[in-house]
Design a protein around this ligand. Structure first.
Ligand code: PAF
Length: 279
C-alpha cells in the first residue's frame, strides 16, 4: 500500500491504473478510522479493482469555533487498518497541498444545505462540497463511498454530482453502530464515561421513531415530539435539532412517506453527535 502526500503522486498512480483498464473506488475520510469507515472501504474493495482512501481533516468545513485543532488524528493506526482491508493508496495531503494561500473558488449548494446541520453549521457544506469536488478531480474515481450516518452530506453529494454532471457513481453505506446502539463516530472519543452512557439517548430516540413508523404512524409532528421527549429525558443532552425532512430535498415534511429522513443532532456535554433513520 502506497501513502501519497501530493496530488502529483496520486495522479500518476491513478493514470497508470486507468491505462491498465482498472476501475478505481474512492473513500473520502478525515481519518481516525472506525468500523463505519471500514465498512465503506470493504464495499469499495469489493466493487473496484483499486481503492484510494483519502485522509484529510478538511479545514474549510470547520467554523473557527469548531473542533479542527482537536479533531482526533492517528495516521499510523489508520494506515494499518487500510492495509489490512486492501486499500491500494492513502492520499494524505497537508492543507497547503489542497489549498493555495490565495484559494478563492468554492462549490456551494442552495436549498439542501440550508436545513439540519447546515442551519447550525452554515459554512460546513460549502467546505464539504469544495473538498469532495477537489478529491473527485484529483482521484477521478469510478465510484465514491459515503456513510448514511451523514445523511445530509450524502444527499448533498448526490445532488452535486447530478447538478454538475460529474461522471462518478455515489454509493451510500448503512450506519454502523456499537453493540449498545450508539452510531460509530470519530467524535465518540470526546465522550467521558458518563457522557458515553448519556449518548445512548440518540440511538434510543432513533429506534423509537423507527418503531412508530413501523407501527404505521405517518404524522411527522407526533414522531418528532416523541423523539424530542426521549432526548429531553437525558439531563446531559441538549438538542440542536430533531427534524423530519424529505429524503431528497432535505425540506421539512408533515407526513412520513418514502423517502423521508428523520435526523437529529444533540450535544452531549460539549460534543455534538448526529444520528438518523431513512424511511
Ligand atoms: O464525512 C467526512 O468525513 C468528510 O465530511 C469528508 C466527506 C471526508 C469531506 O471532508
Amino acid at each position: 500500500m502506497q501513502i501519497a502526500y501530493t496530488i502529483k503522486e496520486v495522479r500518476e498512480q491513478v493514470k497508470a491504473w486507468k491505462k491498465e483498464g482498472l476501475t478505481v473506488g474512492l473513500v473520502p475520510t478525515m481519518g481516525y478510522l472506525h468500523e463505519g469507515h471500514a465498512s465503506l472501504i470493504k464495499k469499495a474493495v469489493e466493487d473496484n479493482d483499486r481503492v484510494v482512501t483519502s485522509i484529510f481533516v478538511n479545514p474549510t468545513q470547520f467554523a473557527p469555533t469548531e473542533d479542527l485543532e482537536s479533531y482526533p488524528r492517528d495516521l499510523e493506526k489508520d494506515s494499518r487498518l487500510c492495509e489490512s482491508l486492501g486499500v491500494n493508496l492513502i492520499f494524505h495531503p497537508e492543507p497547503e497541498e489542497m489549498y493555495a494561500p490565495d484559494f478563492c473558488t468554492w462549490v456551494d449548494m442552495d436549498v439542501l444545505s440550508k436545513t439540519l446541520c447546515g442551519k447550525s453549521r452554515p459554512i460546513h457544506f460549502r467546505g464539504v462540497c469544495t473538498v469532495v469536488s477537489k478529491l473527485f478531480n484529483i482521484v477521478t474515481p469510478d465510484r465514491a463511498y459515503f456513510g448514511q450516518k451523514d445523511a445530509q452530506q450524502l444527499a448533498i453529494i448526490r445532488r452535486m454530482v447530478r447538478d454538475l454532471n460529474m461522471d462518478i457513481e455515489i454509493i451510500g453505506c448503512p450506519i454502523v453502530r456499537e453493540e449498545d446502539g450508539l452510531a460509530k463516530s470519530s467524535r465518540n472519543t470526546y465522550l467521558n464515561e458518563e457522557e458515553r452512557k448519556a449518548a445512548l439517548v440518540l440511538s434510543q430516540s432513533i429506534f423509537l421513531g423507527q418503531k412508530m413508523v413501523r407501527e404505521g404512524e405517518t404524522d411527522a409532528a407526533k414522531i418528532k415530539a416523541a423523539m424530542t421527549e426521549k432526548i429531553q429525558s437525558e439531563p446531559l443532552a441538549r438538542i440542536d435539532y430533531v427534524e423530519i425532512v424529505d429524503g431528497l430535498s432535505m425540506q421539512p415534511v408533515d407526513t412520513v412517506k418514502s423517502p423521508t429522513l428523520a435526523a437529529i443532532a444533540v450535544y452531549i456535554g460539549k460534543t455534538r453527535l448526529i444520528d438518523n433513520f431513512i424511511v
